[in-house]
Design a protein around this ligand. Structure first.
Ligand code: ATP
Ligand SMILES: Cc1cn([C@H]2C[C@H](O)[C@@H](COP(=O)(O)O)O2)c(=O)[nH]c1=O
Length: 211
């Protein structure tokens, strides 16, 4: 079977991680090998960069360079080899998060992000010149709802502590990316867990990604 690259996106607390186990089980149940990973992170080096990005203050260019440096290592060490083996790669966030958080949330220059994306995800010997997910599940819900869900869940990191206004800009960043590409499936993440899972399943079925 051909390889499949899935990413899950959304503001903090959107509920995407709640469906990772079920997604993995769904594909394993179909006899597929699954590589489950996340960004920033996914390799020892990228996990160290993640700690800095999530917990240290820095300017938006530094933040963007660190997430793309982590991504480069992750792509080379984990994602490309897994896709070459024919795995289903399930990635909790990928480059759309950079356009949403650094581009939308921080207001950082989108043209610089475009250039970094081209450098980091360039593929020499593939029909598609740029590595991108085959499907991006975008969990969309109002920032106030996400904040209420997260309130009792855990101690906030640097991003989770941001204002509702910051997350409105992040959401607008996701909406801009989604408008540019048919690989996005918008999931109404305000609904119950069961209803959200139903939409995830439907997005995979509609695109012919389930056997
Ligand atoms: N559909 C839902 N309805 C109500 N609560 C939910 C729903 N989905 C998830 N939650 C709860 O919301 C909180 C955040 O969910 P989750 O950790 O899956 O979000 P996330 O998008 O992965 O967040 P982050 O990106 O910040 O890690 C958790 O406490 C989870 O139990
Ligand atoms: C990939 C990526 C992530 N971020 C932010 C988004 C989240 O606040 C954290 C990751 O935490 P999670 O609990 O694993 O979702 O990092 C970012 O700002 N830029 C990025 O490119």
């Amino acid at each position: 079977m051909s390889a499949l690259f899935l990413s899950l996106e959304g503001i903090d607390g959107a509920g995407k991680s709640s469906h990772l186990d079920a997604l993995e089980a769904l594909f394993r149940g179909q006899g597929r090998a699954v590589t489950r990973t996340r960004e920033p992170g996914g390799t020892p080096l990228a996990e160290r960069l993640r700690e800095m990005v999530l917990h240290e203050a820095m300017d938006p260019l530094t933040e963007s360079l660190l997430v793309f440096a982590a991504r480069r290592d992750h792509v080379v060490q984990v994602i490309e080899p897994a896709l070459a083996r024919g795995d289903v790669v399930i990635c909790d966030r990928f480059t759309d998060a950079t356009f949403a958080y650094q581009g939308g949330g921080r207001g950082f220059d989108l043209q610089v992000l475009d250039q970094l994306e081209r450098w980091v995800q360039h593929r020499d010997s593939h029909a598609a010149a740029l590595l991108q997910p085959d499907l991006t599940l975008w969990f969309d819900l109002p920032p106030e709802v996400a904040a209420a869900r997260l309130a009792d869940a855990r101690t906030p990191d640097k991003f989770e502590a941001q204002s509702a206004e910051f997350f409105r800009r992040v959401s607008a960043g996701y909406a801009r990316r989604a408008a540019q590409s048919p690989r996005f499936a918008r999931i109404d993440a305000e609904r119950s867990r069961e209803a959200v899972w139903e939409q995830v399943h439907q997005a995979l079925t509609q695109r012919g990604f389930l056997g």
